[in-house]
Design a protein around this ligand. Structure first.
Ligand code: SF4
Ligand code: FES
Length: 274
């Protein structure tokens, strides 16, 4: 079966009345980015199936003269696809969303900068009051952190809590959660850099997730603490048992040196340059 976005069949699509060659099955948002067509977006993450949470990447899909607003990250390219990215209804929708996000995440520089780029610097909506918010008033509730924790890391340590305007993301009952492996995948995918974590000595503290603290592995070669123990154990189970013993607990840098040394030792002395 052809993998969408990876089958190399080129088709013709129309964006803002100009024709482009694009790869059949590719996510339209990526096609647009490649052609330098500006579409604001926050929740697209290539490791996860797009699900159109932030609604910022809305475009108009033209079919038989009629338009339908659709998130660009959920559209797959096909021959004859016609898209408009800057119609008055798209601009109106986008500006309204920026206003909502400015209210939802009043401390987010990412949102402020993105909104300002599209001319939105103020919001008519009430700004959320941010007192001791573990997500620093920067969360837009896109859910990427929850999904990456569950779908990619298999931990489900965080989730949506409460309802409506009180909805937040955190660990159950805001308590230290032993299900959190401290991998920090959530912080890496967060589009607004809302999640705070810190490596302190031989521990990683997930400040945003109720100060959940996990032990780090310390490299026996260089003494650097570098990865959460539970994550390391998971990764090591995927290696050959003989190799595990040799590279166990080495940090990435010392592991790289180990493999380089091994490669060098493999070269027969007679084959070396004089
Ligand atoms: S913390 Fe970041 S990734 Fe998680 S829901 Fe909020 S904005 Fe999205
Ligand atoms: S990037 Fe498409 S809906 Fe968020």
């Amino acid at each position: 079966m052809a993998v969408p976005g990876n089958n190399n069949r080129m088709v013709t699509i129309t964006i803002n009345k100009n024709q482009y060659l694009a790869e059949e099955g590719e996510i339209f948002l990526l096609t647009a980015i490649r052609h330098n067509i500006d579409i604001p977006h926050l929740c697209y993450e290539k490791a996860l199936e797009p699900y159109g949470a932030c609604r910022l990447c809305m475009v108009d899909v033209v079919t038989c003269g009629k338009t339908e607003m659709t998130p660009a990250c959920t559209i797959r390219v096909h021959n004859g696809l016609e898209i408009l990215t800057d119609t008055p209804q798209i601009i109106k929708h986008r500006n309204l969303l920026f206003e909502l996000y400015l209210a939802e995440a009043p401390k987010s520089e990412v949102i402020k900068e993105m909104a300002a780029k599209y001319g939105v610097t103020k919001t008519r909506f009430l700004k959320k009051i941010v007192h001791d918010d573990p997500l620093q008033g920067k969360c837009i509730l896109c859910g990427l952190c929850v999904r990456v924790c569950e779908e990619i890391m298999g931990n489900s340590a965080i989730s949506f809590i409460n309802r409506g305007p009180y909805t937040v993301i955190n660990t159950p009952f805001y308590e230290h959660n032993p299900d959190c492996a401290g991998c920090a995948a959530c912080a890496r995918v967060c589009p607004t850099r809302a999640i705070v974590c810190e490596d302190i000595g031989e521990s990683r503290v997930m400040h945003s997730w109720s100060e959940t603290t996990v032990a780090l592995v310390t490299c026996p070669e260089c003494g650097k603490s570098f990865a959460p123990q539970r994550l390391m154990e998971k990764v090591l189970t995927k290696l050959e048992p003989g190799l595990i013993e040799k590279i166990k607990n080495l940090c990435p840098e010392c592991r790289r040196k180990y493999f380089t040394r091994k490669e060098i030792h493999k070269i027969p002395l007679t084959d070396r340059e004089p």
